[in-house]
Design a protein around this ligand. Structure first.
Ligand SMILES: NC(=O)C1=CN([C@@H]2O[C@H](COP(=O)(O)OP(=O)(O)OC[C@H]3O[C@@H](n4cnc5c(N)ncnc54)[C@H](OP(=O)(O)O)[C@@H]3O)[C@@H](O)[C@H]2O)C=CC1
Ligand SMILES: CC(C)(CO)C(=O)C(=O)O
Length: 316
């Protein structure tokens, strides 16, 4: 939406909201940008349809839930990626989301993005957007073959143009040099608030910080993510805020009290959809252990979360 406002040509592939979006576009009620109708340049029902007229895209933005435990996330993109010209932008939470794409599409720039927004689809095609809208992203280079000299060049060009497109659409955009550090920083929120919001019995962020025991539990989970993230990425997760102060900063924020958030994981639980516990807990727990960091709170949350999910999805 903001990319189109900035002058870009934007097509979307929709699934269950296809009919509604094809007919009416998206209605977006945003605290920051007011009430808008976003009419995508094209609305498709599948990736195959999106390339039926021979289109080749500069960017494919993946905005689905990251559920590698359920299916290979790259299958759906196969028809769209015709050459290494197309950059794949992963607008998703979690850790370890990039690897399947690097393996399936060697040579295509993979750009993971962390986004601080609060969004909710109220009904098909009707979106509510909270007051924050910022995005940071960078080029994934961790397991790129030494001999692909062009990868970095293609990737850096794609990064710059993506940044321009976002800035033209009035989004606070940042190109991240230390990409994994910013992903772990975002995980501090997701591995704590998102998970406790579900296992506590469906509570929003405001309820959780107003209760001293859940607030304390969230702070402990955050402290484990910070310790693990620092060990895995080899340094502090934030330039200005020392790790030890982050849990207090996050849980005392006045913003949080005023604008309560229903974390995306709780939205999935309430809609009886699978939750992103693989990339938000299982993979980070594995990485923490490999780096020699114990994470008993995260392990407990993971165990409770997957039991809850089984029951919620009728699989127990
Ligand atoms: N919501 C939020 O506030 C935030 C979310 N995030 C992260 O952003 C990512 C996306 O989250 P969110 O927007 O909440 O997710 P939603 O579940 O609300 O939306 C995902 C959309 O992708 C569609 N989709 C999934 N698979 C396919 C497919 N194979 N083909 C076509 N469409 C498909 C879904 O369709 P269908 O309805 O049919 O399932 C749904 O419309 C997640 O990683 C999340 O953690 C990050 C920051 C904030
Ligand atoms: C931090 C938060 C709540 C919104 O930005 C989020 O990432 C999520 O809901 O998964």
């Amino acid at each position: 939406w903001r990319i189109q406002v900035g002058g870009g040509n934007v097509s979307v592939v929709c699934r269950s909201n296809y009919e509604a979006v094809k007919k009416n576009g998206f209605t977006i009620n945003s605290d920051q940008h007011g009430k808008n109708i976003f009419t995508p340049n094209n609305v498709y029902s599948s990736a195959k349809e999106a390339v039926a007229n021979g289109e080749e895209y500069d960017y494919v933005l993946v905005c689905t839930k990251a559920l590698p435990n359920i299916e290979d996330p790259t299958i759906v993109l196969k028809p769209i990626i015709k050459s290494n010209k197309t950059a794949i932008v992963l607008i998703q939470n979690g850790i370890g989301i990039e690897e399947p794409y690097i393996k399936a599409f060697p040579g295509n720039p993979v750009i993971p993005a962390t986004t601080f927004i609060s969004s909710k689809q109220l009904e098909n095609g009707v979106i509510e957007l909270g007051e924050i809208s910022k995005m940071s992203f960078g080029l994934y280079t961790d397991s790129i073959l030494e001999n692909d000299k062009g990868y970095k060049k293609r990737g850096e060009l794609a990064l710059k143009d993506f940044d321009k497109a976002l800035v033209s659409g009035n989004v606070r955009s940042t190109i991240e040099e230390r990409l994994q550090r910013s992903r772990w920083f975002k995980l501090i929120w997701n591995a704590s608030f998102n998970t406790v919001s579900v296992v506590s019995g469906q509570h929003n962020s405001g309820d959780l910080i107003n209760n001293p025991r859940t607030k304390e539990l969230i702070k402990r989970a955050m402290a484990e993510v910070i310790k693990a993230g620092e060990a895995v990425t080899g340094g502090p997760l934030h330039d200005k805020i020392p790790g030890i102060k982050i849990p207090d900063r996050f849980t005392s924020s006045a913003d949080l009290r005023n604008s309560t958030v229903i974390p995306s994981m709780l939205q999935d639980y309430m809609n009886k959809k699978p939750m992103e516990h693989d990339v938000i807990l299982r993979i980070p727990i594995e990485k923490a252990k490999a780096a020699g960091i114990d994470v008993p709170v995260l392990e407990t949350l993971y165990a409770l979360l997957i039991m809850n999910e089984k029951k919620n999805l009728g699989k127990l």
